[in-house]
Each structure stands twice: as C-alpha cells, then as structure tokens.
Design a protein around this ligand. Structure first.
Ligand code: PEP
Ligand code: MN
Length: 338
C-alpha cells in the first residue's frame, strides 16, 4: 500500500501515519521527495486492509493499494490450477467442457428434446434454469421445484450432470438436492449471503461475473465461497455493460487470460448471454476456446421461436451440432480437446 502525504505535510503528520502502520504490525519504506513524503506500507496481507484507515489521517493525500483484495482465489495463494470434478467431468483440465441446454426448463418435452440434442452433439453437462432471475416481476420466473424435478429426470435418463441457478439463499438446500453445480447468476455476484450459503453447501458452484463487475471484484466474490471451505468454484465470464449497444453485453475475452494469470480457478465463458443473438454465438464461442476458456455454457432450445426466455440467443440443435464441429479443431490447435 502506498501512502502519499500532502505537499507540505509536517513531520507530526508523518509520525501519526507511522504509528498507525506500526500498530497494525506492518513495516514501512520511506521515500522523501523535495516536496512530498511517500510511505510504502509493507506486509503480507495489505490487500485485505481497508485503505480508509490510513486515508483518513491528517496530512494524507492519497492511499493506493498494490496488493489485490482477493486472497483465496489468487494464484499467490495456490499456484497450481484447481480442477473441479463433477461425477467424472473435470473442469479445468485438458478437456474443454461444454454445458448446454435451455435457458429455462419449460416442460418435460422441451427439456427431453433439448437434452437428447445436446448430449448427441457432445455436451457433457446439461444446463437449465428452474429459478430465473428476471428483470421484471411480470416475466416467467421459472418452474421452480417442478423444474428441478424435470432436471433430475433428464439427468437420470441421459446420464448427464446438471447445472441450474439458485437465486435465494433459502433455496440452496433444495436446489443442491437436485443440481450437480449451483449457478450464481450475474445479478447475484455480490449477493454475499447467497455466496456464503452456496459456499456452506459444499456443492460445486459456477460463479458468473456481474455485468458491472471488474475481474478483481469477481475474484473477491469468489473468496466468499472459498472462505466457507468450498474449493469447487468455477468462474464464468458472460459479458459486461459497456457503451456498445450492438450486442446484449460486451464479451470480455481478455478476462479469460487475466483470470488464468491471477487465479487458480477454472474459467468458462457463456457466449449466449453476451451475444443476445443466435447469429453471434458461434464466433464468440470459438474465440473463447481460442483464448483458453475451460468450457462453455450455452443456450440450446429445441424450438427457439417458442422459448419462454432468451429464444433470440438460443441455438437450435442443428446450429449447436455445427458449432461443436467447429470448436473441436480450435481446441486441438491449443493442445486441448472437446
Ligand atoms: C442464465 O444463465 O440463464 C442467466 C440468467 O445468466 P446471467 O446470470 O449471466 O444473466
Ligand atoms: Mn438465459
């Protein structure tokens, strides 16, 4: 942490800062300029220290954090890649994992058709929302418990692990009774009581990036889950809000290598919610694999025109099958496979 004193700050003011730093058990390195004193605060966990405790002291102009605020998710904490094993489907290893299915579970027939199609094309995890986080309270909110039951049926029939979203901390035990991976949606990335609840469940968790969150905030949110002793965390980039309005969200491809550098956690990408339109999904999916994503989370609907949610961004089974064929050689070029 770097403490920049105001121009002309007196020795008494510098001494107050030094006493505070000392009381925290930290070391300092002093830099005396012609007009300004700069104090480097040294210690192993300055990333977790609030900058305010020094910024409020008299004579302090600015405090800049050097260490990242996240700890358990960081590469510094754990150097080797974390692998998340879901019933033999390993996320973070050489195999790129494709999770696909409808945005929302709508009926037994819709889910059965979608599951048969994605399995046939090579997906190894089934996605489907039973609890939907909708912007409007008047939109379809999901089939809830009966949707979970249909997911359990499809899981059994097609022998595919299931990922589904949980939106309320109170529903975590219920959803964990059906899901192999609990999805925390973009809108809930900083719902800290939900993060702690999914952490306590000890169930694998896929944590989507908040669409207004920095990578640092995203990894710090992951710390909430890891701090509960739950190490099975998968990150998911799904696009962020920018000034660009030709797509639903701007997909931040660079977050894939940034996360790989900064964290040991596996990271997948959701091209469907980023694109917002089925025609854009394949290009974003190909780019994600090339950038080193450990997997994809994709929306596939047997009949997108009839979908209750996100039909415009859903691939048909035929388009998904074509995409899978395009992705395979890209994975191979970078030493992976699908
Ligand atoms: C979803 O995956 O269905 C979803 C709602 O995604 P997001 O949280 O990224 O908007
Ligand atoms: Mn959706």
């Amino acid at each position: 942490m770097i403490v920049e004193m105001r121009t002309g700050a007196g020795k008494d003011e510098v001494d107050v800062v030094l006493a505070k730093v000392k009381s925290l058990g930290l070391e300092v390195q002093m830099n005396y300029g012609t007009n300004k004193t700069i104090i480097a605060v040294l210690g192993s966990n300055t990333g977790q220290l609030p900058t305010d405790i020094l910024a409020v002291l008299p004579g302090v102009e600015n405090v800049t954090r050097i260490m990242k605020p996240y700890k358990l998710a960081s590469r510094g904490f754990k150097q080797e890649d974390s692998l998340v094993n879901i019933d033999g489907v390993v996320i973070g290893d050489k195999r790129v994992v494709i999770m696909a299915g409808p945005c929302a579970v709508e009926s037994r027939q819709q889910l059965t058709e979608a599951t048969a199609a994605v399995k046939e094309a090579g997906a190894t995890v089934l996605r489907g929302g039973a609890f939907k986080p909708r912007t409007s309270p008047f939109s379809f909110q999901g089939m809830e418990k009966s949707g979970l039951e249909l997911l359990a049926e499809a899981k059994k029939k097609f022998n595919l692990p299931v990922i589904t979203e949980v939106v309320d901390p109170h529903d975590v035990p219920l959803v964990a009774g059906y899901a192999d991976i609990l999805q925390v949606g973009s809108r809930n990335m900083q719902n800290f009581s939900l993060l702690m609840a999914v952490g306590r469940s000890q169930h694998p968790v896929l944590l989507k990036r908040g669409f207004s969150a920095t990578v640092t905030e995203w990894l710090t949110a992951a710390d909430y889950i890891l701090a509960e002793g739950n190490n099975r965390v998968i990150l998911c980039e799904r696009g962020i809000r920018t000034f660009e309005n030709s797509v639903r969200f701007s997909v931040d491809i660079s977050s894939i290598p940034v996360v790989k550098k900064s964290s040991h956690l596996p990271v997948v990408l959701d091209p469907s919610h980023a694109a917002g339109h089925y025609s854009l999904v394949p290009a974003i999916a190909r780019a994600a694999i090339a950038a080193g994503a450990d997997g994809l989370l994709l929306e596939v609907h047997p009949n997108p025109k009839e979908a209750l949610v996100d039909g415009l961004q859903s691939l048909t089974p035929a388009a998904f099958t074509r995409l899978m064929a395009e992705l395979k050689p890209i994975a191979e070029v970078i030493g992976r496979y699908i």
